[in-house]
Design a protein around this ligand. Structure first.
Ligand code: TA6
Length: 287
């Protein structure tokens, strides 16, 4: 565990979290955040005077070797199932090392995490807490051959109600519908959710927005170095099958995930690097 010298009075403190896992508490002039070293998992981000931007399940586990349900799971170096290996890979169930914390002149706080033993990859994760939350996953190939990986910042957003929100930015984009097992095109400008949704939109660098009249806010998800967007809500039946997720929590969350998955996987030459960056911000909805 990194030393106390990583604390910044009034801005960064280390504390024991749920399940005895170590967490970092961050305060800025605009916001507060909570990050666990387990998975370098951002479990909370909230702007002053607003509801939390990230959803956390009340039933989440906080156990070594198990994923946390909510916040921003860091999915790396593969997305989805791999025979005999953890679903959504090992980065989110591994303890990352907190290497550095900084208070920038503009009042933002940055935290730099490193993933130990990432096979022939070097993975660093820079979390910037300010009026927005910026997440940067920097992956390098430390091997002597080309190396291919997938990555996804699997963000769970807190919403007022699943029937109230609409998601824009993906109009005209094709997607794999993992519920129906088909390939579709996003014809409607706005995605509205009234059943289980599990969609992988490939080849899109688009900024997406979640419009939430119930909370009177619009959440913006701007990204670079990411060509895949995933939209997921488990709806009723899948929620009941998830032991670490409340039966009715699907009503107040939606995942809009930024990554490079499936056909958008990334191949790095020896010594090559790839950086994926996501900035999450919000603004008041003009009534
Ligand atoms: O990102 C969508 C997805 O792949 C869904 O298919 C669902 O499995 C979700 O991730 C949650 O996965 P998890 O392993 O966190 O339960």
């Amino acid at each position: 565990m990194s030393g106390k010298n990583l604390e910044i009075p009034g801005h960064v403190s280390l504390a024991p979290g749920a399940g005895g896992l170590q967490k970092v508490l961050v305060k800025t002039a605009w916001s507060s955040a909570e990050i666990y070293l387990h998975g370098a998992h951002v479990t909370g981000f909230q702007k002053k005077g607003e509801p939390p931007l990230l959803f956390m399940s009340a039933a989440s586990e906080f156990t070594a070797g198990k994923p946390v349900r909510g916040g921003v799971p860091v999915i790396f170096p593969w997305f989805g199932a791999r025979e005999g290996l953890p679903f959504h890979a090992f980065a989110r169930i591994t303890t990352w090392e907190l290497k550095e914390t900084s208070l920038l002149p503009n009042g933002a706080v940055t935290l730099r995490f490193i993933l130990p033993d990432a096979e022939n990859f070097h993975a660093e994760y820079l979390v910037t807490v300010a009026e927005s939350l910026t997440l940067e996953l920097d992956v390098g190939n430390t091997g002597d051959m080309d190396a291919t990986f997938e990555a996804c910042l699997h963000t769970y957003f807190q919403i007022s109600g699943i029937d109230a929100i609409s998601i824009t930015g993906l109009a005209g984009t094709s997607y794999q519908d993992k519920v129906a097992g088909t390939t579709e095109t996003q014809t409607a400008d706005a995605i509205r959710i009234s059943s289980e949704v599990d969609r992988v939109y490939p080849d899109t660098a688009a900024t997406t927005e979640i419009e939430d009249p119930g909370f009177g806010r619009k959440i913006r998800i701007a990204k670079s170095g990411s060509n895949s967007t995933v939209v997921w809500n488990p709806w009723i039946d899948k929620s009941k099958r998830m032991p670490d997720f409340g039966d009715e929590e699907y009503l107040h969350m939606v995942c809009v995930e930024s990554g490079n998955v499936a056909q958008n996987n990334v191949t790095l030459p020896p010594g090559g690097h790839a950086v994926m960056k996501v900035e999450i911000s919000s603004e008041r909805l003009l009534s």
